[in-house]
Design a protein around this ligand. Structure first.
Ligand SMILES: C[S@@+](CC[C@H](N)C(=O)[O-])C[C@H]1O[C@@H](n2cnc3c(N)ncnc32)[C@H](O)[C@@H]1O
Length: 325
């Protein structure tokens, strides 16, 4: 049995102050102002056109949060801040935090959403702010380095020649699958705005001749094909179950007889109360998409059954299922 939350845990969760202090510091790009040097509050305030009195309180808190240090009146980035929160660093992760800051006002409407059942948004970030969405994909691609390769090693190819990556994002998986299987060619289907970033990643990987890009809305625009293998990785949560069932059927229709669909996602357990990260992610999806959700493996298997897949099996517990046509 899991441990009950203590009062200390409840306060730890409820006092979100430090979250917003960090997100604001990234938004105001304080860490880049301090890149490789130590500055006073007045100097940072001048550089960023901020109010020194207010800024000092924020920077003092950032010292207590161990992302800055303070000696006399001089503030300096800690090593982790210099490496990951300075914009020019090749290991910058700020875009992920900027996404959460951009979605702050949606979270402020959670109470209203729970009362009415209506999300405060009508579109998700890849539609409303494709530039930020693309930056987020690039960071995810970088920090998840090896995640695509890991998947490509775990998924049996069984001689497949053509793969469709539905909502393939930055091309992480398509690139890894093609690198792992020299005989494979891939199509990455995604929103045209997202594909600008995908194009760069594919060119950098030197796979322009084997990975083809198809821009469109996967609910509306037709898939080419037929394909031997299709992948739906981390795309279920942007829409409701009925829409996913229709998408799975649409993918089924573009597969060869004997072709396979693999769905990889962050699935919930049948009771939908774990894993903890995914239960909170489901609420994030509630306020940041019009009607998205998180799903169980069982729900996804049902969509595959309904679509007509002959064999439906769990390839990895809580993570990956496969349907064979
Ligand atoms: C979380 S990312 C997953 C990317 C990739 N499949 C992976 O596993 O790394 C979701 C992707 O779905 C794409 N997407 C969302 N809604 C879409 C739609 N209606 N049509 C096409 N692509 C869509 C987004 O642009 C984004 O690239």
């Amino acid at each position: 049995m899991t441990r009950e939350s203590s009062l200390a845990d409840i306060f730890q969760i409820g006092y979100y102050w430090e979250t917003k202090i960090l997100l604001t510091a990234v938004k105001l790009d304080l860490f880049t102002a301090l890149k490789g040097r130590s500055l006073t509050v007045i100097e940072v305030a001048d550089a960023r056109k901020l109010n020194p009195r207010a800024l000092e309180l924020v920077m003092n808190a950032l010292v207590a949060m161990r992302v800055l240090t303070k000696e006399e009146k001089l503030f300096t980035n800690t090593q982790v801040a210099e490496r990951h929160l300075v914009q020019s660093s090749p290991e910058y992760v700020g875009h992920l935090l900027l996404l959460h800051d951009a979605e702050w006002s949606h979270w402020g409407k959670l109470e209203q959403t729970v009362k009415t059942g209506r999300s405060p948004v009508t579109q998700h970030v890849f539609e409303t702010n494709p530039e930020l969405g693309a930056h987020v994909l690039t960071v995810l691609d970088r920090i998840g380095q090896g995640s695509g390769q890991g998947l490509a090693k775990r998924v049996p190819i069984h001689g497949a020649g053509r793969i469709l990556d539905v909502g393939g994002g930055a091309g992480t998986n398509a690139i890894a699958f093609c690198q792992e299987n020299p005989e494979l060619s891939a199509t990455v289907f995604d929103l045209p705005q997202t594909l600008c970033v995908t194009q760069q990643h594919i060119e950098r990987a030197g796979l322009g001749d084997r990975i083809h890009l198809q821009g469109g809305n996967f609910h509306v625009d037709p898939f080419e094909g037929p394909y031997d293998l299709a992948l739906m990785s981390d795309i279920l949560h942007y829409q409701d179950g009925k829409t996913n069932a229709a998408l799975v059927k649409k993918v089924y229709d573009c597969l060869h007889e004997g072709g396979r669909l693999i769905i990889k996602d962050r699935f919930l357990d049948p009771a939908k109360t774990s894993p903890a990260w995914t239960t909170a992610f489901a609420v994030h999806i509630l306020v940041n998409t019009e009607c998205g959700e998180c799903f169980t493996i069982q729900e996804s298997c049902q969509w595959m059954d309904q679509a007509g897949f002959r064999v439906v099996e769990e390839l990895e517990p809580r993570a990956m299922i496969q349907g064979t046509k």
